[in-house]
Design a protein around this ligand. Structure first.
Ligand code: MV4
Length: 447
């Protein structure tokens, strides 16, 4: 495979992709902004290209500059990672139109999943369980809308079809605020996404956030790598993720996993992806699908031994998946702690120079990070510094191993959420696996 991959991202995921390329003996081109010349993966790449200034709009989001870099370096394919252009259907389309392979699903599929009503329609076509609600045309008449809402039942959620990831949604507790809430959500959606279509869902009050990792080659083969629980989050930023999700109803899980694979086959999905669910009272409710690699992919890798990033590259280069679902064996447990450059109490970002740092290590410890002593954390991008991933036979031993890894790890010069993780991993509710998506913000912080 004498192919050349342009890595259109930065930080830990660029390093992760670069390592996967090396293993597959693929040539690499690393793009970067002018402020990112000292990124670790640039030293390991075959070529580097500066595509613009620190402002991400002019560099990592600058489609013409990235396509020019691909052209000039003779790249064959473009790896988007997560964030930036990873789920922009126009970017994927323009890569293909310029003769480059976009490493991900087709622009058609990205566009469909970007529209949450279409995504839900597709999920239902494959009998994936979804949240009960209403996603038909909204009548003009307020009374007719109220009838629909009453049918869905209160409390309900108004969601923008072009939203997702927590953007463009609102809870309504009773009829008195329904119409004004719809207007507000529509206006916000129109401003943010240029599309004011909204739909209703029954509000699920205290669910867990469970997701399913899928891998499909677009040639009829689709497998899943089980579940991840990402319930420990704040303002839609996940803080701790783990695999597999424990204490889940076996029958609901089996049905849901089978339905996820049906969807992959029905839409000819090609690449890796994640189906997000809310889980409450032993039921799964699909909410959206992400058509990219996710930050928390390592926990699924650690319990299955399956390299998700390598799979992305191989699928994009036309190599079929030869593994069968029955060859995917979930073993033990894995937990990921996201170490962010931020104040552990106020969550305010803390950029600056890392004067000194020691990574954790040892049996069952994985450290996915681009940082090193002397690295300057820029203020322009997200604050993720490192992901510490521990693997062990049981959740309990995995938590213990994480506490040791955290003890070993230190960063000096900037603030990090290191101490928040230490507190969370010793928290009784977390240790009993009794937390849900509201726990960190509504209960833990007030303790
Ligand atoms: C919901 C919900 C409750 N009921 N939908 C937030 C992000 C987006 N992916 C969907 N989200 C939610 N949808 C219904 N019908 C609660 C959330 C939600 C949430 C979901 C997953 C993880 C964290 C969350 C935090 C707040 C709200």
């Amino acid at each position: 495979m004498s192919k050349k991959i342009l890595i259109a991202n930065r930080g830990e995921i660029a390093l992760r992709a670069l390592r996967a390329c090396k293993e597959l003996e693929l040539q690499t081109v690393a793009i970067h902004s002018s402020g990112d010349k000292e990124l670790k993966h640039l030293r390991l790449a075959d070529e580097t290209v500066c595509v613009g200034p620190e402002n991400p709009l002019e560099s990592y989001l600058n489609i013409p500059a990235i396509l020019s870099a691909a052209e000039l370096s003779g790249a064959n394919a473009i790896y988007p990672g997560y964030g930036f252009l990873a789920e922009d259907p126009d970017f994927s389309e323009r890569c293909e139109a310029s003769g480059f392979i976009f490493i991900g699903p087709s622009s058609n599929v990205i566009r469909k999943m970007g529209d949450k009503i279409t995504a839900k329609d597709l999920a239902e076509d494959s009998d994936i369980p979804t949240v009960p609600g209403y996603k038909g045309e909204m009548p003009d008449n307020d009374e007719d809308i109220k009838k629909i809402a009453k049918n869905v039942g209160y409390p309900l959620m108004i969601k923008a079809s072009a939203g997702g990831g927590g953007r463009g949604m609102r809870v309504v507790h009773d009829e008195s605020t329904l119409i004004s809430s719809i207007q507000l959500t529509r206006q916000e959606a129109k401003n943010a996404f240029g599309n004011d279509t909204v739909y209703f869902e029954k509000f699920i009050k205290n669910p867990r956030h469970i997701e399913v990792q899928i891998v499909a080659d677009g040639k009829g083969s689709a497998i899943h790598l089980g579940t991840r629980d990402c319930s420990m989050q704040r303002r839609h930023q996940k803080i701790i993720e783990e695999a597999p999700a424990l204490d889940v109803n076996e029958d609901s899980l089996t049905e849901t996993l089978e339905a996820c694979l049906r969807l992959c086959k029905n839409i000819d999905y090609s690449g890796v992806g994640t189906l997000e669910f809310l889980y409450e009272n032993e039921r799964f409710y699909f909410i959206e699908m992400n058509t990219r690699i996710q930050v928390e992919h390592p926990v699924s890798e650690m319990i299955t031994g399956f390299d998700i990033v390598k799979a992305q590259l191989k699928i994009a280069l036309g190599i079929p998946i030869t593994l069968d679902q029955k060859e995917i064996i979930v073993r033990g447990h894995a937990i990921e702690c996201r170490i962010n450059a931020e104040d552990p109490e106020t969550f305010v970002p803390s950029p600056g120079v890392i004067s000194k740092m020691h990574p954790p290590g040892g049996f069952g410890v994985r450290f996915d990070s681009h940082i090193y002593s002397g690295y300057k954390v820029p203020p322009y991008y997200d604050s993720l510094l490192a992901k510490i991933i521990t693997t062990a036979n049981t959740r309990k031993s995995c938590i213990k191993r994480m506490l040791s890894a955290l003890d070993e790890f230190f960063v000096e010069g900037i603030s990090t959420n290191h101490s928040l993780h230490q507190k969370l991993l010793k928290d009784e509710i977390f240790c009993q696996n009794k937390h849900n998506i509201n726990y960190l913000e509504e209960s833990f912080i007030k303790k």
